[in-house]
Design a protein around this ligand. Structure first.
Ligand SMILES: Cc1cc2nc3c(=O)[nH]c(=O)nc-3n(C[C@H](O)[C@H](O)[C@H](O)COP(=O)(O)OP(=O)(O)OC[C@H]3O[C@@H](n4cnc5c(N)ncnc54)[C@H](O)[C@@H]3O)c2cc1C
Ligand code: HEM
Length: 389
């Protein structure tokens, strides 16, 4: 795709995104057009479209922004296409989505900005996206969806559960990837979760889930998951993973359940003969939020290449944790716990200029940490994280 075409798409998309409430209004308008012009696609989507309604539109924006980086974009789209098999999406649905997005964009842009050339550029961009997704889906031979039976739901904090499942068949995923999951009580509300263990031939999988206040799905997982429940799990997604290069040192930063994909990678690395030095910073609001230190202590004790520094924003635990009578434990093999904002703490240990960096956590945590690291000399190209939607 030539650079003028890319520039035209980017300029029109950015013009909409820059408006007050632009992306949200674009998403609303896109869905209104999609559901009225193509009512047959309504059933793919959840009944309530109030939360996460802009994920699809954000993903298309993310893809359009990377049309000039095919080596990053095409694998991302191929993964999404394979994952979208879980919805039963067909070619005509891609036409519906592309046409609706274009119509919504045209309305926003107005006749002055939306020239014939802009229209052609959008056609070209959306065709690349749709064809890459459809092509990957067609070629794929793995199941469109896996079924997982819950073996255990263990509450490790008041609002955080470790859920272990048995898949109906093993899934090949790279440690560090995530997948989209649907629980029986929340039909069509797929949410991303990251396995905390590497793929294994027995098809066992483990997720760490924090119940988000007011959330549709996560509180139901934490509070209502029963042994025997059947979950649906889509194809693996994401570009994090154990690097092949065993010489380049690594820095991992994970907050809350963000530790899960990092832990899976460390477990995978522990099976290799040689590994680079890895420094992991694991963060949480309170000391008690660092729920997985026991596993990290075992990993650090067994693997000399690994250094683990726990970090909490506050030095105190919340009142409900004191009531539970817990005393902070000192875990062997771990560095002393630091107190402070995680990005600041990590940057203070720098410079990390020579490291391959991975950051996992909430979008705001990822962005702040990335900013801190860049400010202290880490190059953007060395920092990896999942797309923030
Ligand atoms: C790549 C990726 C991997 C993920 N892996 C995990 C994982 O391993 N474990 C895990 O527990 N979660 C993980 N998440 C988050 C998860 O996918 C859901 O977004 C989260 O559980 C909230 O879903 P919900 O249905 O409960 O909330 P929703 O009903 O979707 O949202 C309700 C409200 O809460 C807000 N909200 C959503 N998420 C958060 C949050 N984290 N903190 C504060 N407010 C929030 C929303 O903006 C909205 O206003 C991951 C997300 C991504 C993008
Ligand atoms: C054009 C390219 C498309 C891109 C880049 C894209 C991307 C995404 C992304 C990233 C999500 C968020 C979570 C997830 O993966 O489940 C999503 C959700 C979804 N997509 Fe797509 N998608 C595309 C096309 C389609 C098509 C053609 C359909 C079928 C009509 C579709 C149906 C859905 C549905 C039903 C959801 C769930 C929405 C929700 O939970 O609110 N997508 N899409």
């Amino acid at each position: 795709m030539d650079s003028r075409t890319v520039a035209l798409i980017r300029t029109t998309f950015k013009a909409v995104a820059a408006e007050e409430g632009g992306p949200e209004r674009l998403a609303r308008s896109f869905y209104a057009i999609l559901f009225s012009e193509y009512p047959q696609v309504r059933d793919f989507f959840p009944a309530a479209m109030d939360s996460q309604r802009d994920r699809l539109v954000k993903a298309i924006g993310y893809a359009l922004d990377r049309l000039e980086e095919p080596n990053k974009l095409l694998p991302f789209l191929a993964q999404l296409g394979r994952d979208h098999r879980k919805y039963g999406v067909q070619a005509e649905h891609y036409v519906a989505v592309a046409t609706s997005l274009k119509t919504a964009m045209r309305r926003f842009a107005g006749t002055e900005m939306w020239t014939d050339e802009v229209e052609r550029a959008w056609d070209e961009g959306l065709t690349v996206i749709s064809e890459t997704m459809m092509g990957a889906a067609e070629k794929e031979v793995t199941p469109a969806v896996w079924s997982g039976r819950v073996l255990e739901n263990r509450l490790v904090l008041r609002n955080l559960a470790i859920v272990r499942l048995q898949l109906d068949q093993p899934m090949q995923y790279a440690a560090g990837q995530y997948m989209s999951v649907q629980i029986p009580s929340r039909p069509r509300m797929w949410r991303y979760l990251s396995p905390a263990v590497p793929a294994n031939a027995n098809g066992e999988i483990e997720f760490h889930v924090r119940g988000v206040l007011g959330g549709w799905v996560s509180p139901a997982i934490v509070g209502q998951t029963q042994v025997g429940d059947q979950w649906l799990i889509g194809s693996p997604l994401g570009g994090l993973g154990v690097p092949r290069n065993t010489k380049r040192k690594m820095l991992m930063v994970g907050c809350g359940t963000g530790i899960a994909p990092l832990r899976a990678q460390l477990m995978q690395m522990a099976l290799r003969r040689t590994n680079p030095k890895v420094h992991l910073f694991v963060g949480g609001h309170h000391p008690c939020d660092l729920y997985d230190l026991e596993t990290l202590s075992k990993l650090a004790m067994a693997n000399r290449w690994l250094t683990v520094t726990p970090v909490s924003e506050s030095d105190e635990n919340p009142w409900w944790h004191y009531e539970a009578g817990e005393v902070e434990r000192i875990w062997p093999g771990l560095e002393p716990r630091m107190t402070g904002q995680i990005g600041k703490v990590v940057a203070s240990y720098g410079p990390w200029a020579d490291r391959d960096v991975q950051i996992v956590g909430s979008p705001s945590m990822v962005q702040t940490t990335k900013f801190r690291l860049m400010a202290s000399g880490t190059q953007t190209k060395n920092i990896r994280h999942d797309p923030l939607f």
